[in-house]
Design a protein. Structure first.
Length: 143
């Protein structure tokens, strides 16, 4: 997808999409989703918030997900997706995440991820129902 100025719009993948990609969960990834991810990675416009690394560690430590290796090793391998750029949490993102427009739930990971998408002017690929509801109020753009 091209932005108004003719540049390819960045694509930020939510944590669960990153997990599914690494796990090869083709049943959860639709062909259009895979095409979006492939196109963004080929163009160097595929992003992941560093908050997703934190979120994977939390999910693994609480045994909500099982990894086939140590979390550190899994993250290292999962960050090697061709064309993937890790988006940092800048001071501006940290501050804005507590000041999102409208009403948004208080999950800190979701706040940072949504704010990162907004800061990058990126489309967000997510199936999270709370984020999708927030997007319907036009506060973040979905893929």
């Amino acid at each position: 997808m091209l932005s108004a100025n003719g540049h390819l719009t960045p694509l930020l993948i939510d944590t669960h999409y990153w997990i599914w990609l690494q796990a090869g969960n083709s049943d959860r990834l639709t062909s259009p989703d895979l095409d979006l991810i492939d196109s963004a990675s080929t163009q160097g416009n595929l992003y992941l918030s560093v908050m997703s690394v934190w979120e994977v560690d939390i999910l693994e430590s609480k045994r909500r997900i099982r990894l086939y290796t140590s979390c550190a090793q899994w993250v290292e391998e999962a960050l090697a997706i061709p064309g993937l750029t890790l988006a940092p949490i800048t001071p501006a993102i940290a501050i804005e995440s507590t000041r999102l427009p409208g009403i948004f739930h208080g999950d800190p990971a979701d706040c940072i991820i949504v704010t990162t998408a907004r800061a990058l002017h990126a489309r967000l690929l997510t199936s999270d129902k709370n984020i999708r509801a927030y997007a319907r109020r036009r506060h973040v753009t979905l893929a």
